[in-house]
Design a protein around this ligand. Sequence first.
Ligand code: GAL
Length: 473
Amino acid sequence: MDSGKFPESFAWGAATAAYQIEGGWDADGKGLSIWDSFTHQGGDRVFKNQTGDVACGSYTLWEEDLKCIKQLGLTHYRFSLSWSRLLPDGTTGFINQKGVNYYNKLIDSLLEMKVTPLVTLYHFDTPQAIEDQGGWNSENTVAIFEQYAKFCYSTFGDRVKLWITINEPHVVSKFSYEEGLFAPGNKELGFGAYRSAHNMLKAHAKAWHAYNNFFRDKQKGFVSIALNSDWAEPLDPNSLADKEATERYLTFNLQWFAKPIFIDGDYPTVMKSEISRKSKEEGLTTSRLPEFTNEEKTMIKGTADFFCLNYYTTRKIRPLTSTVSEPSFNSDMGAEGIKDPEWPESGVEWLCVVPWGLRKLLAYIKHTFGNPDIYITENGFAQSDPPILQDTHRWGYFQETLKEVLKAIRQDGANVKGYFAWSLLDNFEWTSGYNVRFGLFHVDFDQPSLPRTPYFSANEFAKVVKGNKLICN
Ligand code: GAL
């Protein structure tokens, strides 16, 4: 029972995203993305006004990344396509062949190494030209995204069989369009998150149907969406208010997207009723949460071939204590997350290490969404700068987490099919710049050749991958 063995053909991967690693921000005809514009504007929205202009240099140093993948012995590699590298203005009106060549080389080389690519179409980096027309605030982006998806399937789908349409729509909607912390820096409390999420859900569904209708028979692949969620526990397990707040927290985080996609095409009832009630009180004639038509509900329902979960941390929940007069996503949710001081922090203030939270979340997904196949498409721990190569404590966090994944599989019967560490390399960690290091490989950003060096965690992870087994001590 405790041999630490993972199921046969378990997918072992590491993940990256285009803007975080590629650099080459204007190389070979690439169009601007919103992260190029956002970082170039300065204004201290990013740590030390750092940018992804160079990042890990993977646009030219991709073979160095392949060496890392090989050293880890991965069966899978998750990376994202830079939309504006392929389609500089976001539309298929002009295709940047050099961008296509870049990803062709990467995909072909992975396949030669017998590494299966898992490709994300969109990981936060909207083409600036699309943002200029409204980005995810605009319904027009739905059809434009569908075109982009079709372009990617027809260009790479003969070789890529695992697709993720959108990475973390929750983060995009909340950070980019509600709170304005991430590019494009749109702050519109109470509206921005819901509007952008609405368009992303439709865009995802259209992209899934495009695959299903026009590509699946021939290409025989699978399409999903990567959803992030914390696990949540009531702050006081005996308090009804805390328990209800906990349910609302999971609903506003995970069910917001997972219920429409995995269950019935529509938003959770509590979100619909709460936001509509509050909107009325605010004197609005329609709810701040947009509604799907019946046709759209039918279109959205069932549009994921497996469940992709990005998990990092857990929170203890109580009802929102601060009284905010302005409407906002947070006040609609009416819940706030507290960090337990006993949980260790990993490299960055929001990431408390709670391995058992992942097990609970996996069981919750199994029960709530019809026991889907689950890929953990991101999980990891950071070090703050300067990091240490001998990161034994961090490997301890990985080990504890993998133990919980095993329990979820064996004891709870969750269909976990794979685990992707975030991240292959230290990289541009959004507003934290290079100050937060999530890599299995260290990157020396001070040297022009950007050398990659394995952390202790990388060497230990490679042993797990090789044996398909966790060596427990
Ligand atoms: C996720 C995101 C990644 C990475 C990670 C660590 O939200 O998809 O790009 O930054 O968090 O913070």
